[in-house]
Design a binder for this molecule. Structure first.
Ligand SMILES: *Cc1c(COP(=O)(O)O)cnc(C)c1O
Length: 459
């Protein structure tokens, strides 16, 4: 058989949403009015919105059909059983509890198993996971492999858990003080760096030896499965669904934001095997989310999730998804735009400190770059650097960010290759004209999570 090189989007477009065209002059004015904070820019003034891949997926015609088909009964809705069947088939877990998004599942889980004097260990806690762990009074410890912290170091599984550090931490902290170990797949920090099957197995083995349950933060499980297929020996001939099932076979429970790999705009779940814990979780669910056959969602949302979970493990979809992120990374690297390598599954990180050495750290180089991308091309990314870091709660000093990055997260099935070629061209122009980019001064900040509402002016 002939090998055809061009990869096409594995879908055709049935419904379109127009993008409002704006000029650079208009956007510079918008930016000034938004106080150089892209969270203050109206979505309709954005051409290509790469703020997040969360809840921004395009649903398929089949998912929209399921929306119409949703059963809105309060208890025991048909849509719940379709959803439950799909999640059980995927995870093999016994109790499936729907929630309105990922953090609701986390809040329920950690308010039961967290608490003072305990520590949760993860390869890397996602922000909301860490926040919910810490809110319960528990500590959150990240133990990703050292390679995972080096921006341009090539490694196939930069999201892996550091197994010897895990062993050591368990010995020091004591297994009875560790309610759970969480594997985040893919590892969101770093743009969706995958975790290998070998590492999931090794983590489970350590947990089992010490009687600690292992949970999976499953937001991007399908993307992780595809990386395993491509990069790990012995998985080339397995389907993404088979690989996903094997990953889940090692866990005792999972939390998921369906706004990622279930291809929906809202939804999530908590799934687990332990009967007593499930009982407590359902009681808490009724208190905060709703009855356990809808969990804060409409019946149609459950129906769309069930369909999305079937679609996301489709191999041609995943090949397109992972390749399109990689393609952007390749082209940017060819053009000399500094990014974190290798690209993860759902986002590209541009290294603003490397691109803009003339802007000192205290003038927010990544925020300045994010603003320039918007002004030049109407592209909205997000700063992950000094502005996002907040001040130290005790010393009130700015906390140093390990890196100054702009994240470009790619929504699922939303943009075509020409949209991405446009993004590449704009980044190339911005990189060539980088000497004209000016630093920023923060003129207003909230006491916590300041990046959402901070105001800046150009220096
Ligand atoms: C998005 C995300 C969450 C939280 O989910 P929400 O639906 O935003 O509440 C948790 N973990 C990871 C890895 C995520 O990417």
């Amino acid at each position: 058989m002939r090998k055809i090189k061009t990869m096409i989007e594995p879908f055709k477009i049935k419904m379109v949403e127009p993008i409002k065209q704006t000029t650079e002059e208009y956007r510079r004015e918008v930016l000034k009015n938004a106080k150089f904070n892209l969270f203050n820019v109206k979505a309709e003034d954005v051409l290509i919105d790469l703020l997040t891949d969360s809840g921004t997926s395009a649903m398929s015609s089949m998912q929209w059909a399921e929306i119409m088909n949703g059963d809105e009964s309060y208890a025991g809705a048909r849509s719940f059983f379709a959803f439950e069947k799909e999640v059980k088939n995927l995870t093999g877990l016994k109790h499936i509890i729907p929630t309105h998004q990922g953090r609701a599942a986390e809040k329920i889980l950690f308010s039961i198993i967290g608490g003072k004097g305990k520590t949760v260990i993860s390869n890397t806690h996602f922000d909301t996971t860490r926040a919910n762990v810490e809110y319960s009074g528990c500590k959150a410890l990240d133990l990703v492999i050292p390679e995972g912290k080096q921006a341009s170091l090539d490694h196939p599984f930069k999201g892996n858990m550091d197994i010897s550090a895990l062993e050591k931490a368990i010995t020091e902290i004591g297994a009875s003080n560790i309610p759970v170990v969480i594997m985040t797949i893919t590892n969101n920090a770093g743009g969706g760096q995958p975790v290998s099957m070998e590492n999931i197995k090794a983590t489970k083995k350590v947990c089992e030896k010490h009687g600690i349950p292992m949970f999976i933060d499953a937001c991007r499980f399908a993307e992780n499965a595809f990386f395993i297929k491509k990069r790990e020996k012995g998985y080339q001939d397995k389907t993404p669904l088979e690989i996903s099932k094997e990953m889940f076979s090692y866990c005792d429970g999972a939390t998921m934001s369906a706004k990622k790999d279930a291809l929906v705009n809202i939804g999530g779940f908590l799934a687990l095997n332990n009967d007593e814990l499930a009982q407590q979780a359902r009681n808490m669910l009724i208190l905060t989310e709703g009855f356990h056959t809808y969990g804060g969602l409409a019946g149609r949302d459950l129906a769309a999730m069930a369909q999305g979970l079937k679609e996301v493990v489709d191999e041609s979809y995943l090949a397109y998804r992972i390749r399109s992120t990689e393609y952007v990374g390749e082209k940017l690297t060819e053009k000399g735009v500094p990014i974190i390598l290798p690209p993860g599954g759902h986002a590209i990180f541009v290294d603003a400190a490397a691109m803009l050495p003339h802007i000192p750290k205290d003038q927010y180089p990544a925020q300045a770059l994010a603003c320039e991308l918007y002004a030049m091309g109407g592209i909205r990314g997000v700063e992950i650097g000094s502005a996002m870091m907040d001040r130290d709660p005790e010393t009130k000093k700015n906390r140093p960010a390990p890196m100054e990055l702009v994240r470009l997260a790619i929504p699922r099935r939303v943009y075509t290759q020409s949209h991405m070629d446009y993004v590449i061209e704009i980044l190339d122009i911005v990189n060539k004209e980088k000497n004209s980019i000016r630093g920023l001064k923060m003129i207003y900040e909230a006491p916590v999570l300041r990046h959402f509402t901070a105001k800046f002016e150009q220096v």
